[in-house]
Design a protein around this ligand. Structure first.
Ligand code: SPV
Ligand code: MG
Length: 298
């Protein structure tokens, strides 16, 4: 079964599909071990891990490489955040082909103007492409994909850009008509109320997706009741890592002793298990692996 078929199957259940933001093979695997259904290859997290702001500075190949690394480190499906698709409809064709060929289950593309500005940076000057232009990009993405179950998530930034629920409804309806498999209605306020209102007025049948980062008090089951079948916990893992590393680094600088943080860090045997060291040991102990002497050069 392909990753995209697996994701499709997860989304057909009568419960929310929970995916976690990650930015490399290790973080993706930690989320998998915790029991998430899938991974969100987050542009925000990848950018931050390079110590760059999420404003379109990380290139297409860098993002693809990270998504590939995550995908090959885990067995749950990866949904890749591809920002604005890395350009116009022409760029979108290559984005779809390369991510699909890399075994990614789904892409999420947003109606931001290129180069995008992260939705969580409220003070930046952002803009959206027209509904017509973005619907065209979605149509092109759907026409480009080669496998049946590969999914395209159309994300609208209408609420982020202060354009109101009416425009979010119009845009999502146009994107659904263009063939989007899911609709992500992004929102970055503290209260989930606009999504409650969106859901009450939404007449479509295309399933919805949400990213409850700032309105974090809402539960995944409440979002599911509102029609949000895919719930993305986009960056909490990254933020947990930052918090924990800051504390541990500071303590070691203060005490001059690595011993002072032993109770706050995982063991080395846990690290060995995360990278499947046992497999290497087993291969090395195979009597056929080496005959004891390096071969003589002729
Ligand atoms: C990401 O995680 O990169 C996202 C979600 O796109 S947000 O940062 O809220 O825009
Ligand atoms: Mg993003």
């Amino acid at each position: 079964m392909t990753n995209s078929s697996r994701l499709k199957q997860l989304l057909s259940r009568d419960k929310p599909t929970l995916i976690s933001g990650a930015y490399d093979g290790l973080t993706a695997h930690l989320a998998e071990l915790a029991g998430f259904d899938g991974i969100w290859a987050s542009g925000f997290c990848v950018s931050t891990s390079k110590r760059l702001p999420d404003v379109g500075l990380v290139t297409f190949s860098e993002q693809l490489e990270r998504a590939r690394e995550m995908n090959s480190s885990i067995s749950i499906p990866v949904v890749a955040d591809v920002d604005d698709g890395f350009g116009d409809a022409v760029n979108v064709t290559r984005t779809v082909l390369e991510y699909e060929a890399a075994g990614i289950a789904a892409l999420c593309m947003e109606d931001s103007r290129h180069p995008k500005r992260c939705s969580l940076y409220s003070s930046l000057d952002r803009g959206l492409v027209s509904e017509k232009e973005f619907a065209h990009k979605i149509r092109v993405a759907k026409e480009t994909q080669r496998t049946e179950d590969f999914q395209i998530i159309a994300r609208t930034e209408a609420l982020i850009d202060g354009r109101g629920i009416g425009e979010a409804l119009d845009r999502t309806s146009a994107y659904a008509e263009a063939g989007a498999d899911l609709l992500l209605v992004h929102w970055a306020g503290e209260d989930a109320e606009p999504l409650e209102e969106f859901s009450a007025r939404y007449q479509g049948t295309t399933p919805l997706a949400a990213v409850p980062t700032t309105y974090s008090q809402v539960t995944a089951s409440r979002l599911h009741e509102l029609g949000f079948k895919l719930v993305i916990f986009a960056n909490q893992g990254l933020r947990a890592g930052v918090q924990s590393m800051k504390q541990v680094f500071k303590r070691m600088v203060e005490t001059g002793s690595a011993g002072s943080v032993e109770d706050r860090i995982c063991t080395l045997s846990e690290i060995a298990s995360l990278v499947n060291l046992d497999d290497v040991i087993r291969l090395e102990s195979d009597p056929d692996a080496r005959d004891g002497k390096p071969e003589e050069l002729a």
